[in-house]
Write a protein that binds this ligand. Structure first.
Ligand code: GRF
Length: 204
């Protein structure tokens, strides 16, 4: 938890892990800023964590004055999974938003049932290693599916495996490309992820 500066009350604090553009991270940050002022925020984004220097998500963090942590493979997988650093920042809950590395056991155990991920398809279809971004959408289209969607799920030691918290669907239209489907999926993600996070942290 961290103290809210205006009210002095403790608020649940999340870390967002992202490797890419960070559009979901931005929507989550905006949802805190737009809805709560001036009352007590439902949660605080205390840290943006990434593994790619120069990733869009780091510019977003700096625009909003949110601390960042650039992580390295060796320490993530063979060290403590950055558990100590997360605890030092008062992190209660971890949100993956386009983070591509598997979460090591040390981190899963330290935040058991407190790590969630968003996946751009209807799990258990189209999940697992290598199934991310446009590879997911290309496979959905190649298989002729008429529906796709998003899955928000708990994170365990396997890729895209923990139990499902929330799903929403959208149509796949004839003539869709990976890009057109990705943009429809992104809209669903931006609409639902902040709200699901808000509900989950409210019971921490
Ligand atoms: C999202 O589509 C999410 O489902 C997947 O990675 C993408 C991240 O997009 N896990 P962005 O970086 O938030 O724009």
């Amino acid at each position: 938890m961290n103290k809210d500066q205006s009210t002095g009350k403790q608020v649940p604090t999340i870390a967002i892990f992202a490797s890419g553009a960070g559009s979901n991270a931005e929507k989550i940050i905006e949802s805190v800023l737009s809805r709560e002022t001036p009352s007590i925020p439902a949660f605080k984004v205390g840290l943006i964590v990434g593994n790619k220097p120069g990733a869009g998500v780091f510019s977003i963090a700096s625009r909003y004055g949110i601390p960042t942590l650039l992580i390295e493979k060796e320490q993530f997988f063979r060290g403590n999974g950055y558990v100590d650093e997360l605890k030092e920042s008062g992190i209660d809950f971890v949100v993956l938003a386009g983070f591509l590395w598997k979460i090591p056991r040390s981190l899963v155990e330290a935040f058991r049932n407190k790590i969630i991920n968003i996946h751009p398809a209807l799990l258990p279809k189209y999940g697992g290693k290598g199934m991310y971004g446009r590879f997911v959408h290309e496979t959905v289209i190649a298989n002729g599916d008429e529906e796709s969607g998003i899955t928000i799920h708990w994170v365990d030691e396997q890729y895209d495996h923990g139990s499902v918290i929330f799903q929403a669907t959208c149509p796949v239209f004839p003539g869709d490309t990976a890009d057109t489907l990705a943009s429809r999926i992104h809209q669903l993600e931006h609409r639902h992820y902040p709200e699901v996070i808000r509900n989950l942290v409210s019971v921490l």
